[in-house]
Design a protein around this ligand. Structure first.
Ligand code: B12
Ligand code: SF4
Length: 527
């Protein structure tokens, strides 16, 4: 069968496509696990953000897929529906499969006939998708495939939800990703080609804002160091110079993480820049030994899930335990500053994940977190609590009646869609927006020291992107920053519209490295 796998083009304020365009790891994993006689093509639509409809149309016409699979996060739902409608208009006979966080956690949104979806894969998709293709090929029924929902052939075509599939214990069960299936090019992290690698799946914590627990329960499974090292070598052989380890929580087993660092060095793969996300407690408790091993292996950016520096907010977010520093079996305080200090001491940079706008937050508590970020983190990754489907936090916000926006395409983490008891959502977003832009500018010298060519070529555009909405009048003090903020929000809303006036845009050039409608860039038809 001809299979086309798509990830959505919608991107996040802190990972603008001008500087960061990452492959979706789920799609390469699916491609690696289907039976080898299928022809699978992966297209990450962030690579074609300026020409989404044109690219989808071109892929549908040139690849002639029998099955199209879409990976969808909640804030990408609206775009996914439009992609399906367009693709179906070009090839009405195609079968559409959706998977990922949103279809898994809000399946009802995809079950209405208007959505145009034929199958929903919940939770891990590697084996379910493989089994679905087998069933389609044989013309067999779908009722024995765990993790799959499908439209019944009788009874009005309602969706049938099969029982969930148990989480995979990894090992040899889930085969390595197939990166060769990617048909678009232009992946980048500040000018260096980037790839993603998984070393484990799952987490045993239960932070109230995180979708992972509802998605797969509380568990943690790992691949062998040998498999991970081979996977990194594969990414490197295909040109990657930066690798993001996308594990949910790699630091759950610090000894294994340390062994992985040693394995990377032993395999000579420490000439790559690594990015990883981890818990402050694990980094603080791992101390100099773990941090030195990480640096030696090439780790450059460490995303720390700090979440909040105030105890009450951490309690609300259920993120106290993972941010606690422990000594002699006892909690002795918050681990955040120690984790930051250790990473800095060993030459690594901190991406500070903070969440501002929990129900009890006031102007002062938000400012305290922003001041902390200003002082301690290298790149701010500050978000607002966002009520994703199925999370305990969503329930809390709903019960407190604090959700003010139900347009899920705006659930991108930096649009405030909930208010606190003391502050309006817009005010919370304004406070974050106003402070964060300057924190980003401050990081530029460190980027310049590492990638001078990239900053020289793209510096002005990076600055203009960060300050979009701000005009000469704002700089001269002739209008308030709030007016610039209103303009920024309008620009942001427009950026989410990938399908408006697409006929007018045909042929328009996108940012450097992005595929556009008229380019025939890297359509790799060989696999
Ligand atoms: C890595 C990651 C990122 C990377 C993205 C890299 C990339 N291009 O993929 C970065 C840092 C850029 C990122 C950013 C964001 N992320 Co993110 N991210 C993750 C993370 C940590 C791991 C995802 C991953 O790659 N897993 C490995 C793959 C193999 O697993 P998987 O994606 O689950 O895929 C499996 C199944 O879902 C399924 N599947 C997935 N797609 C499909 C498609 C089909 C057809 C089928 C059949 C099956 C299937 O099968 C796959 C294989 O088993 C998760 C989870 C977490 N613990 O935080 C969050 C997570 C996915 N992110 C999330 C969010 C909200 C975001 C942001 C909006 C804001 C933020 N919190 O940072 C931005 C926006 C991203 C963007 N497009 O711009 C949420 C999604 C919630 C939701 N309900 O939508 C998660 C769950 C975290 C959370 N807060 O709970 N993210
Ligand atoms: S520690 Fe990280 S992955 Fe685990 S539940 Fe909390 S936010 Fe999610």
């Amino acid at each position: 069968m001809n299979v086309l796998l798509l990830s959505m083009p919608d991107s996040f304020e802190h990972t603008p496509t001008l500087t960061i365009r990452m492959p979706n790891g789920a799609l390469a994993s699916l491609a690696g696990n289907v039976d080898p006689h299928h022809r699978v093509s992966i297209a990450d639509l962030v690579l074609a953000q300026q020409a989404v409809p044109e690219t989808v149309a071109r892929l549908m016409r040139t690849l002639e897929p029998d099955v199209v699979g879409l990976s969808v996060m909640t804030f990408q739902r609206k775009t996914a529906m439009k992609v399906i409608a367009l693709a179906r208009s070009i090839r009405p006979e195609v079968m559409f499969v959706v998977g990922g966080y949103d279809p898994s956690l809000a399946p009802e949104e995809y079950e209405s006939p208007a959505a145009g979806v034929d199958f929903i894969v919940s939770g891990e998709g590697d084996l379910t998708f493989r089994d679905l293709l087998r069933a389609l090929e044989r013309g067999a029924g779908f009722e024995t495939i765990p993790g799959l929902s499908y439209r019944a052939r009788t009874g009005g075509g309602a969706f049938v939800r099969n029982p969930a599939r148990s989480v995979s214990h990894l090992g040899d069960e889930v085969k390595p990703p197939n990166r060769a299936a990617r048909v678009l090019s232009g992946y980048t992290m500040l000018g260096r080609q980037i790839d993603v690698v998984e070393t484990s799946r799952g987490c045993t914590y239960d932070c109230s804002f995180c979708s992972i627990i509802e998605m797969r329960g509380r568990n943690f499974h790992t691949w062998s160091i040998a498999r991970v090292v081979a996977d990194i070598a594969d990414a490197k052989a295909r040109g990657a110079r930066t690798i993001f380890l996308v594990d949910d929580n790699i630091t759950l087993n610090a000894a294994r993480f340390r062994a992985l660092c040693d394995g990377i060095v032993a395999a000579g793969l420490h000439d790559i820049d690594y990015i990883v996300q981890g818990m402050t407690s694990a980094i603080a408790n791992g101390g100099d030994e773990l941090a030195a091993a990480m640096r030696k292996a090439g780790f450059r950016y460490v995303f720390l899930g700090i979440e909040n520096i105030l105890a009450d907010d951490l309690t609300f977010l259920k993120a106290t335990a993972k941010n606690s520093q422990r000594e002699g079996g006892r909690t002795v305080g918050n681990a955040t500053t120690r984790a930051v200090d250790i990473l800095h001491k060993h030459g690594m940079l901190v991406v500070g994940g903070l969440i501002v706008g929990s129900p009890g937050d006031t102007r002062e508590s938000i400012e305290a977190n922003l001041a902390f970020a200003r002082r301690y983190v290298d790149w701010p990754y500050i978000q607002h609590p966002t009520p994703y489907p199925g999370t305990p936090m969503t329930k809390d916000f709903r019960e407190k009646n604090l959700i003010v926006n139900d347009r899920v395409d705006e659930y991108d983490g930096t649009t405030a869609v909930v208010r606190t008891e003391a502050l309006e959502a817009e005010e919370i977003e304004f406070l974050r927006w106003r402070a964060e832009r300057w924190m980003k500018v401050r990081h530029v010298p460190k980027v310049f020291a590492h990638d001078p060519g990239f900053v020289l070529t793209h510096g002005i555009r990076m600055f203009r992107h960060t300050f979009r909405g701000t005009t000469l009048k704002t700089w001269l003090g002739l209008e308030s920053e709030r007016q610039a903020f209103v303009r920024y929000r309008a620009i942001r809303r427009k950026e989410r519209e990938f399908f408006s006036n697409h006929e007018d845009r045909e042929g328009k050039e996108g940012p450097e490295g992005q595929t556009t409608g008229t380019q025939t860039l890297a359509l790799n038809m060989k696999n």
